[in-house]
Design a protein around this ligand. Structure first.
Ligand SMILES: Nc1ncnc2c1ncn2[C@@H]1O[C@H](COP(=O)(O)OP(=O)(O)OP(=O)(O)O)[C@@H](O)[C@H]1O
Ligand SMILES: [Mg+2]
Length: 329
């Protein structure tokens, strides 16, 4: 029996989730947004600082537990934006000292994966598509291995940069999804897949030129960008499934909230007799519940740092998924 609190603060979202025996009791979050430009790390960190107490209290209320019921505090150690990560670490240390409970440092990307267990996927290949990351991951021999990835931009950042060029605000993904629904004409774009890797920066440049030419509607450009880039993602995922022999595909990361991506993934899986697993949207984009959920799995394997020893804990802004020894599987 354990109750774990999880803190997420790697980028735009500050979230706190509480988990008890694999069950999500609460998942409260607030996201920094803009009307025009992109994300400014210092501003996002300020947003986290101003909202953390509110989110903490709300998460406790929703979970119907008392502060003193918490057995451990997990937090996103990396990868992410340093000013934002520091806010999370600071809050985690404060809580740990106040409650005299251990800390559990969690890798943000691995948490996006582990929360997929809620869907009952057993041994999936995961398409992890978020802001900074685009990776095709599967577990093998003690580590989460990366079978394919973007060679430059994450697909979420690609969509956000495209949105910035159109001056429609941050985050851009959901706005582009809406514009794409009214798109009628497919505009030919570069298609860049190299084995199980892909590249997005050339497509972004091409789209920027098309925006500047004023010859195309934002609706058609959004539609064409989605169709092209999602086809690339699924081609890489399908190749990785064939290579690894995995029969399950799990979606994760904020971009997998996209209804067209979900639909295309469904078609691909059906064609190759594979099963598709998609967690609820609240667990796809950044959230505290996935940090608490992963924290609990680690806690049960005795991975934790007692509150007397947390001083040396630091953020890991550039930590990679495949660096991590997965000691809890
Ligand atoms: N419906 C949608 N369609 C497409 N993209 C979306 C949608 N909803 C959110 N996104 C995109 O998801 C991204 C945010 O995802 P998430 O919260 O998982 O990522 P992140 O923390 O920024 O990145 P990472 O996990 O790599 O650190 C943003 O780029 C946003 O534009
Ligand atoms: Mg994320």
């Amino acid at each position: 029996m354990s109750i774990i609190l999880g803190i997420e603060s790697t980028a735009h979202t500050f979230g706190i989730g509480i988990v008890k025996n694999g069950k999500i009791l609460s998942n409260v979050k607030k996201t920094y947004t803009t009307k025009e430009g992109g994300i400014i790390p210092i501003e996002a960190a300020k947003h986290h600082r101003e909202n953390k107490n509110l989110i903490y209290n709300e998460s406790l209320i929703q979970s119907k537990i008392k502060e003193s019921d918490i057995d451990a505090i997990s937090f996103s150690q990396g990868p992410g934006l340093p000013p934002c990560l520091l806010e999370g670490l600071k809050f985690a240390k404060e809580l740990s000292l106040k409650l005299k409970k251990p800390l559990i440092p969690v890798n943000h990307c691995v948490a996006h994966l582990e929360i997929g267990r809620l869907t009952n996927a057993k041994d999936p290949l995961m398409l992890y598509v978020s802001g900074a990351n685009t990776q095709i991951i599967a577990y093998s021999n003690g580590k989460y291995r990366i079978f394919g990835e973007t060679l430059d931009l994450g697909v979420g950042n690609f969509l956000d940069m495209l949105a910035r060029e159109m001056k429609i605000g941050f985050p851009g993904g959901p706005i582009i999804q809406n514009l794409a629904k009214s798109g009628k004409n497919y505009i030919e774009l570069p298609y860049v897949v190299k084995g199980m890797d892909l590249s997005l920066s050339g497509i972004l440049t091409n789209l920027k030129q098309k925006i500047q030419s004023n010859k195309y509607s934002f609706e058609d450009l959004s539609y064409s960008a989605q169709e092209t880039v999602f086809a690339m993602l699924l081609e890489c995922a399908e190749r990785a499934m064939a290579h690894t022999g995995k029969k399950e595909l799990l979606l994760g990361g904020g971009v997998s909230c996209n209804s067209r991506l979900k639909e295309m993934a469904g078609i691909m899986c059906k064609e190759r007799n594979a099963k598709l697993f998609i967690p609820e949207n609240q667990f796809l984009s950044d959230n505290g519940a996935m940090i608490a959920y992963t924290g609990e799995i680690m806690f049960n394997s005795n991975i934790k740092i007692p509150f007397e020893k947390i001083d040396s804990l630091e953020i890991k802004p550039r930590q990679r998924t495949d660096e991590l020894e997965v000691l809890w599987k």
